[in-house]
Ligand binder design. Sequence first.
Ligand SMILES: Cc1ncc(COP(=O)(O)O)c(C=O)c1O
Length: 467
Amino acid sequence: MSNITERPSNALPAVLSTEGAPLPPLLSPEWERAVTFGKRDLRNSLETHGSPLHVLAPEICAANLRSMAAAIGEFGVSGQLFYAFKANKSVAFVEAAAQAGFGIDVASEHEHKLAAQHSAEGTAISLSGPVKGASWLRRAVAEGCLIGIDSFEELQFIRSLLLKERPRQLARITIRVNMESAKCRFGVDPEQLPACGKLLVENNILLKFEGFAFHLNGYAVGDRINATRRLLDTIDSFASIGLESYVLNIGGGLPVQYVAEEDFSYFIKNHHDAVSYLGHAPGSFYPYGGQPTAAEWLKAFLSANGASGTIASELRSRGLTLLVEPGRAALDQAGASLFQIGAVKKGKDSTTLFLNGTSFNACETWFQSEFLCDPLILSEHAADADDCREHRYYLAGHSCLGDDMISRRAFTSSRRLRVGDVLLFANTAGYQMDLLENNFHHHPFPHRSVLEPVSATANDLKARTAA
Ligand SMILES: Cc1ncc(COP(=O)(O)O)c(C=O)c1O
């Protein structure tokens, strides 16, 4: 970045705005301080470690989980939160969650091993995922983890495994129920629940039934309320055959607000077609704005009506502990991704900025959708003659794949962007950072740093390496 004349500034960075409908990111105070007073250090960190760079704030993950737990506590309901490991590959979040006393939801034996290595107790590990297999189940039983059974066949499999191997411990079981019928391939079909109940009753010296679970697509609290109402009846009918439930696991799907509600609805109403590079217009978007906070969402859930009282009172009267497995919401504001501009290519009516990094590090475009949150421009340089007009940009990754677009919408800026400039995508930790990360073209995996507190008076951001 030698061509950049630094203009020291304690102002928030400029936004590279979606053309016609800006979507500036909402920033927590920690990030606002980091991008205001720590711009230079963030850029230095990227210079040291290469582009892209993921900057993590594990403490924010722990704080998010605490605020969700407090929301449940306000209703006098017993609750247990499990951070869903799948939302980000970094074990720094697992450590932060486990050290703050929360559980970890794991969806593979590999996640399980890492969670155990990084301080999660076996009894605070909950297994989800449709394919478990003998080795993982053996480990889960030995460590006293909660096993979310995904099908009647899986229940039969674990029973025969335990019959054969006779471990000292009972397997702790929840039954995940498919509450979405044909829309979902996960969970036990409700019609098979009587067969599961019979098997559990007949094998209670091997299998310790603890309750039910579900996880739904989407983020609507109303869907979770309906599913819970239906499952409470199932809980009662299982209790009548001697299978008492202690827990109800409502999975994840708690919302995150990335941009202001009015910005998001303006974009949706007026500029949906703006997302159209090479004619790819996504059919749907995550609701990036206008969502409640995760804590408000939990309060709406618990205060909704069940059959005889609120959901909270229904849970209390049955002595049920509410289990929740937030991934995305646990990582709200817990990380950002920095990309350096590696090449600039002028076209007829727009310029393509090739970022050093691929859209595998910013993955919504691979799901035929779009991360509707505008990047911040971290570089500051003196205005040049070109800066008095509006520039139109597309953002591409540096691979040879035509579809490797970091974003398919056009952006505008009154600043001309150059090779070496740095863009920061805020709030990427939940699924945006590394879900599809790979080392395509043998590019190394991006480095991860931990955001250290930034004071408002000095450029004292230090980034230490994270796992
Ligand atoms: C069983 C289960 N629990 C929790 C989650 C986490 O969901 P979210 O990140 O939307 O909170 C998922 C996501 O796929 C899941 O499948």
